[in-house]
Write a protein that binds this ligand. Structure first.
Ligand SMILES: [Zn+2]
Length: 247
């Protein structure tokens, strides 16, 4: 993958040279599709902030992390601000997730080769940053042998924001209302499923998106729905969790 990154850097330099000769007008992509707008009910609140009127629908987890053909995805009503502020972080999350999981999973590899490489070609600064921060690190494989793998530092803001927004969206999807405003939401990055959670796993409801591309488990406390617990597995190789509780 390091060779692939170096190749992208070279290609990007060539592309920039060509671009310098050609003045191109910037075309702004539409902020949301018309069909997304039409699905929002009049007066419906944004599932993510719980404050503004929804004007579109947002995918949770974000659409960016699924290569085509995409599985059926969950959408929730979202306001313009929440929907519009997210796409840059979704892209960052996709880049790190695909680089973290591509060596373990065929669909994640497809995400890297088909989507991440395109994003990195467009985002020269991010590409340089990743190139500088990535290192070969020894990792023990299933058979106990040491292997050289590409180690990468995640962008923690993108991680926290994307997992947090996904929890808010899924909370709405399952509970039927936005997360109450007197709740706090905490996100954790995991190296695996923590041992203390293992006994609780049978109590959590499991949902699978696509071919195990995202597996999440959750529980919302019936006696006080401000308490909820969320566990995510992405491409069988990245784990995150989060919980909500009264603030
Ligand atoms: Zn909102």
């Amino acid at each position: 993958m390091r060779a692939k990154l170096a190749q992208i850097v070279r290609e990007e330099k060539l592309r920039k040279k060509r671009m310098a000769k050609v003045q191109r007008r910037k075309h702004l992509a539409p902020l949301y599709k018309k069909s997304d707008q039409e699905e929002v009910k009049v007066g419906e609140l944004c599932a993510l902030c719980g404050v503004n009127q929804a004007s579109t629908r947002d995918h949770v987890p974000p659409k960016a992390i699924f290569p085509k053909p995409r599985p059926a995805l969950i959408t929730v009503p979202a306001c313009f601000e929440c929907n519009n502020s997210a796409s840059g972080l979704d892209d960052l999350f996709k880049v790190y997730l695909s680089m973290h999981t591509a060596e373990n999973n065929d669909i994640a590899r497809k995400l890297f080769t088909e989507k991440t490489t395109r994003t990195l070609r467009r985002n020269q600064n991010l590409l340089q940053r990743i190139h500088k921060e990535s290192r070969r690190v020894p990792v023990r494989n299933d058979k106990g042998k040491l292997e050289s793998r590409l180690g990468l530092l995640w962008d923690s803001r993108a991680h926290t924001e994307v997992i947090g927004r996904t929890i808010r969206g899924l909370y709405f999807h399952h509970a039927g209302n936005p997360l109450p405003s007197d709740c706090e939401l905490k996100v954790q990055w995991l190296r695996g499923v923590p041992e203390e959670i293992v006994p609780k796993l049978p109590l959590l409801e499991e949902h699978v998106i696509g071919e195990n591309q995202v597996v999440y488990k959750y529980a919302i406390a019936p006696e006080d729905p401000r308490h909820s617990l969320w566990l995510f597995e992405f491409y069988g190789a990245h784990w995150a969790s989060g919980y909500t509780s009264p603030a």
